[in-house]
Write a protein that binds this ligand. Structure first.
Ligand SMILES: [Zn+2]
Length: 342
């Protein structure tokens, strides 16, 4: 009695097994298909791109930036990048890549390999290429100075300048601009080596004046003391007639020889008036020296003298309270403090 039941059960279980068998078959098929698809997806690449060969790479750290077939191409690309950021007419003080940039032999994907020209274009186009050129570049600029007020522009050490009648000069301002750059971006800008170069306009052939980089005036003439420098009245002291003292009074006994302060030509000899006996020597470049209150005059009009030559003696002619040499230095008629140049 049990058997049929068992059989029935067996029959029933076979049926059940078949159902589960069909289910697992579908599951297995789906699984196999999925795996196949996944495998295909993972392993599929274009046939040509998979072709790897020996070449060179430009690396930023350990990141490949661009690959080339030859080392020369890679080096040319790097040089090209630097050249691209070199300013015209500039002096390159320093130029290098930021970080560690190297050219190394390596396996490259043939399709990605670039020649020098392509590689350079690629690097310059892609700012994210990690190749950043850090540089310091300097260039010299000149500009013409305007007349008049331009001369009073902030120029630090050039305080001597306002003593000069500048409008009779043409001038050039020369300076260096030092740029600190990241590729073509200016990170810092510094102006240095300011130099002002003045040329006498009204005296053709004159040497003119030049200023050194330190801002010191470099005169067209250098003066020697015409007499011992015993200053009894300084330049610029207030005076009733002229408002201020146009020269320097150098006390010396009557008859003391006076020397020409620089080489030049005697352009004026006169007597009378407040200057008394006066000698004027023209040194060129608009520079003149005046020797006043002389007792005697030892030169003639138009005479050429050398620095140190005897030209006359100290006296007290003209408006004076005693023996002294009233000595003036003039530039295009404007007086300067002679003591600054002695
Ligand atoms: Zn005087």
């Amino acid at each position: 009695m049990k058997f049929p039941k068992q059989k029935r059960a067996a029959v029933g279980s076979v049926k059940a097994r078949c159902r589960s068998c069909r289910k697992s078959l579908i599951l297995t098929t789906v699984l196999i298909l999925s795996l196949t698809l996944l495998f295909t997806a993972l392993t599929w690449t274009p046939a040509e791109a998979a072709y790897r060969t020996d070449g060179y790479g430009i690396f930023f750290g350990d990141q490949l930036v661009v690959s080339t077939m030859t080392e020369e191409d890679a080096l040319e690309i790097l040089e090209g990048v630097k050249a691209h950021y070199r300013l015209e007419n500039a002096q390159v003080l320093q130029m290098d890549f930021q970080g560690r940039v190297t050219v190394e032999a390596c396996k490259i994907v043939l399709q990605d390999a670039k020649n020098a020209e392509e590689g350079l274009a690629y690097v310059l186009k892609h700012q994210t290429s990690k190749l950043t050129v850090l540089s310091q570049q300097k260039y010299v600029q000149t500009r013409e100075l305007e007349e008049g007020p331009a001369y009073s522009e902030d120029f630090g050490d050039f305080d001597v300048f306002d003593k000069i009648k500048a409008e009779r000069y043409t001038g050039m301002l020369e300076y260096s601009i030092l740029l600190t750059m990241e590729n073509d971006r200016v990170v810092d800008r510094d102006i240095s080596d300011k130099k002002m170069i003045l040329t006498a306009e009204e005296h053709t052939g004159a040497k003119g004046l030049a200023f050194t980089e330190e801002g010191q005036i470099r005169f067209a003439v250098s003066l020697i003391p015409p007499v011992p420098l015993n200053v009894t009245s300084a330049y610029g002291e207030s005076r009733a007639e002229t408002g201020y003292h146009l020269g320097v009074d150098l006390y010396n006994p009557g008859g003391t020889p006076i020397a020409a302060a620089a080489s030049g030509v005697v352009t004026r000899i006169s007597g009378g008036g407040s200057y008394g006996n006066l000698i004027i020597i023209d040194h060129g470049g608009g520079v003149q020296t005046y020797y006043s209150h002389c007792r005697s005059i030892g030169v003639a009009m138009g005479q050429t003298v050398e620095a140190g030559d005897y030209i006359g003696t100290v006296g007290n002619t003209g408006r004076t309270t005693g023996n002294h040499l009233h000595f003036e230095l003039r530039l295009n008629g404007a007086t300067l403090d002679p003591m600054e140049f002695l």
